[in-house]
Design a protein around this ligand. Structure first.
Ligand SMILES: CC(C)(COP(=O)(O)OP(=O)(O)OC[C@H]1O[C@@H](n2cnc3c(N)ncnc32)[C@H](O)[C@@H]1OP(=O)(O)O)[C@@H](O)C(=O)NCCC(=O)NCCS
Length: 327
C-alpha cells in the first residue's frame, strides 16, 4: 500500500465498524475538535466526559459543533455507584477501601476506562492532558490484560513514503526482561498485521548481529528471540540483529546469511525503552517518518495513550486505530 495512504485506509475501515470511543478529556479543545471530526466523518461514535454546560460553552466559543457527540456528566452519572463498587471489588485485595474507590472514580480517566470495561464503549483515547503513567494506570487497573499476556506495552507505526514499520516498545516498559520482550514482539507482530494487512517480519534489535559481539545485554535479546519463536512458531522472528542488518538486504545477507528476517524487517523490537524512545524520535525527526502512536497493546480492550504534544489529527487517527482494534 502507498503508505501515506495508510491512515486514510484505517479511517475508511473504521467507518464501517460503528464503534464507540470515549475521549474523557473534554476540557482540552483538541479533544472537542477531534470529537467533532470523528462523528462528522463517521469514524466512530464518541462519548466525552465532563460538565455538560461547560462543554457546550467551550464548544460554542471554539466554534465546534458537538451534534452527535454523547456527553456524560460523569460525576452525577447513574453509573457512578455501580462503577465504584466494581472497581472496589477489583482492587480490594490490594488494600483499596471503598472511600478510596469513590475518590478514584471521580477522575475522568478512571470513569472512562470503566465505561469500556463495562461495555458502554469499545475503546478509549486519552493523554492529551494526562501523563502516560496516569492513563496506563487507569487502563491496567480497570481493564487489565487477557489470559496469556504478561505485559502492557506499546508500538508506533512509523510511516515512510515507501514502507511502514512498527517500532516497539517506545513508550511504556522501561526495562523488559527476556520473557516480557518476547511478549512485546508477539503483540507488535499481531497488531502490525491487523493494521497494515502485511506479513510481519520481526527483528529483535541489538548492537550485535548473530554473535558479532558478546555481552549480557545481547544475551537478553537472544533469550527473548528464543522465547518468542517457541511461543509463536508461525511468526517470522529473528535476532539478534543490528538495525542495518534488519532492514537492508545486502547487509542482512552479509551479516546474517540464511535469516528469514534480515533485510526485510518491518517490526522493529528494541531491547529497552531508552533505545526504543530514542530510536523512534530519530526516525521521526531526522528520517521524517510520520509517527502514529504510541498505540498501547496487551490490554483486553483498546485503551490508548496520546502524547501531550498531540494534534487534533493525532487524536482522530489514534481513535480510528482503536476502532479497528476493538472486538
Ligand atoms: C505502566 C506504568 C504507569 C506503571 O507504573 P507504576 O504504577 O509505577 O508501576 P508499579 O511498578 O508500581 O506497578 C503498579 C501495578 O501496575 C502493574 N504494571 C506496571 N507496569 C505494567 C505493565 N507494563 N503491564 C502490565 N502491568 C503493569 C504492576 O504489576 C502493578 O500491579 P498491581 O497493582 O496489580 O500489583 C509505568 O511503567 C509508566 O509510567 N510507564 C510509562 C513510561 C513513560 O513515562 N513513558 C513516557 C515516554 S513516551
Amino acid at each position: 500500500m502507498a503508505n501515506l495512504d495508510l491512515m486514510k485506509s484505517v479511517r475508511a475501515k473504521a467507518s464501517q465498524r460503528k464503534k464507540t470511543i470515549v475521549l474523557p478529556e473534554s476540557h482540552d479543545e483538541r479533544v472537542l475538535k477531534a470529537a467533532e471530526i470523528l462523528v462528522k466523518e463517521n469514524i466512530a461514535k464518541v462519548i466525552t466526559l465532563g460538565n455538560n454546560d461547560k462543554i457546550f460553552e467551550d464548544a460554542k466559543i471554539l466554534g465546534i459543533d458537538l451534534q452527535g457527540v454523547r456527553l456524560i456528566d460523569y460525576v452525577k452519572s447513574d453509573l457512578m455507584s455501580d462503577f465504584t463498587n466494581i472497581f472496589y471489588n477489583l482492587r480490594k485485595h490490594k488494600g483499596l477501601t471503598i472511600e478510596q474507590a469513590k475518590e478514584i472514580l471521580q477522575r475522568d480517566l478512571f470513569f472512562g476506562a470503566m465505561l469500556v470495561r463495562e461495555r458502554h464503549a469499545d475503546g478509549f483515547v486519552a493523554g492529551s492532558f494526562a501523563s502516560t503513567g496516569d492513563v496506563l494506570r487507569a487502563a491496567i487497573q480497570c481493564v487489565g490484560m487477557p489470559e496469556g499476556i504478561s505485559i502492557v506495552s506499546s508500538f508506533f507505526l512509523m510511516i515512510f513514503p515507501d514502507q511502514t514499520y512498527s517500532f516497539a516498545d517506545c513508550a511504556v516498559v522501561p526495562n523488559p526482561d527476556a520473557s516480557q520482550l518476547a511478549d512485546i514482539a508477539i503483540s507488535t507482530a499481531d497488531n502490525y498485521k491487523k493494521l497494515t494487512g502485511e506479513e510481519p517480519y520481526v527483528a529483535m534489535l541489538s548492537f550485535s548481529t548473530k554473535g558479532s559481539a558478546e555481552h549480557e545485554l545481547v544475551d537478553k535479546v537472544l533469550e527473548a528471540t528464543k522465547i518468542a519463536k517457541a511461543k509463536r512458531p508461525d511468526l517470522n522472528i529473528d535476532g539478534e540483529l543490528q538495525f542495518d542488518a534488519a532492514i537492508i538486504e545486502s547487509i542482512g545477507k552479509k551479516k546474517a546469511p540464511g535469516s528469514t528476517v534480515a533485510g526485510r524487517g518491518n517490526v522493529m523490537v528494541f531491547p529497552d525503552l531508552q533505545a526504543g524512545n530514542i530510536g523512534y524520535k530519530i526516525a521521526q525527526r531526522l528520517g521524517k517518518a510520520e509517527a502514529v502512536g504510541p498505540v498501547v497493546q496487551g490490554l483486553k480492550k483498546p485503551l490508548f495513550d496520546l502524547s501531550r504534544g498531540c494534534s487534533v489529527e493525532d487524536i482522530v487517527n489514534t481513535s480510528a486505530i482503536a476502532v479497528l482494534m476493538a472486538e
